[in-house]
Design a protein around this ligand. Sequence first.
Ligand code: HEM
Length: 435
Amino acid sequence: MPIPKGPRFGLGTTLSYIRNPYGFFERSVRRYGQPFGCHTMGGPLVLSGRPEDVRDIFRADPMIFEPWNTDVLKPVLGSNSVILTSGTQHREYRKLLIPPFHGQRMRSYAQRMATAAHDCASKWHEGEDFRAYNFTQSVSLEVILDTVFGVTDPVVRSGLKALLPELLNLGNGLPMFLKFLRLPVVPSWRRFIAVRKQTDELIGQLIRDRTSSDDRGDDILSMLLEAEYDDGSRMDESEVRDQLLSILSAGHETTAIAMAWTLYWLHRHPEKLNRLLEDISEQAPTGDPEALTQIPYLDAVVNESLRIHPVLPDLARKLCQDAELMGCKLKAGTAVGAVAFLTHRDPEIYEDPDEWIPERFLDRKFSPFEFYPFGGGNRRCIGAAFASFEAKVVLGTVLRAYRFELLDNRPLSVERRHITLMPRGGVRMRYHGHR
Ligand code: HEM
């Protein structure tokens, strides 16, 4: 059962995949068609962006899959993370995690998301240059601290604000990939252990305080503490901690990147920005955050940014048993991946796929195998509704209130950040004061 033909995954291919993933996907498809196979350091991998192959992956029995190459995340996320588990355990965790992220629940977070956007924007001075990504990252962290962790104590809050981004950064260091470097003499590993210990202490305290208090908030942590397995039992402290860090790591940078791209594209196309501003002044004249989320053009703008630059360009899972998928008989141990970048740029689905045209999302509905920035099947993003809601509130709020100029007014390439792809350089902008 050989895998389909594809590029030889030597050092050169690995580097090209890491440095220029778009180029790697495009060259592979031109040469080998889809699906194509590669031999990676993590074992054989079969990739495709054809909707029928994507459907095969997302519709397959979830029990035939386990996460692929996620061991590197274990030191940060912990072994109970929903991202790292598979089979029944993974299904159980999703059952506990999905309800707090239900679309309806997001409405109660709208005002706090808008406040976070204004608070972070209030640090700008007129004429000042900034990177859109740094701004959206700060907003997204504030939102997670408010709505997921529910931290109100200023000391705990400033502690977590300093520690969490550092933990995520250290979690991308070499010792995560090369286990033999996990030694106290290696400075980055030593620092990682120290930061992880401090973070665990703060989160542990937060969990214990919340458990012992009668005053539960409407934050996601409070809901996770109340969530019950089928037998009526609840997650213990270490399970809750691992889910919190998984939510943070899956939700913080992804949402920030999506918002930064959207700011970039809107300012590259001033006519689209003007149309959006008109729609905002008609459909959400007071800037009411919830009303912003109901504006169809704002939704289309966010979706089009996620289409043209999916934050995670490919989504892989490993087969834990032999299976027939994408027209190939594959052996256990082979990984299969849906390449959102290829699907989202397929000219058969999207006319002028390299152009940013939000209107296409008003004219047509795309299937979950044609447009899937949040993945699909049993691993589909738990925070999809949350992320899209937040992007609309934050972008609607700042665009309505402030004026910006794009300083990177040229095509931007992508830059790898952990497993995500962000706009290279972070989108340089200038702040021009209130509208
Ligand atoms: C624009 C922002 C976001 C994007 C593009 C995004 C994208 C994704 C993708 C592609 C996956 C993997 C899906 C798959 O393998 O099929 C995923 C998983 C996940 N995402 Fe998101 N995400 C975003 C925001 C969020 C937010 C805000 C949260 C939570 C607050 C979140 C929580 C998760 C979790 C927990 C998983 C793991 C699900 C599992 O393994 O069962 N994400 N996300």
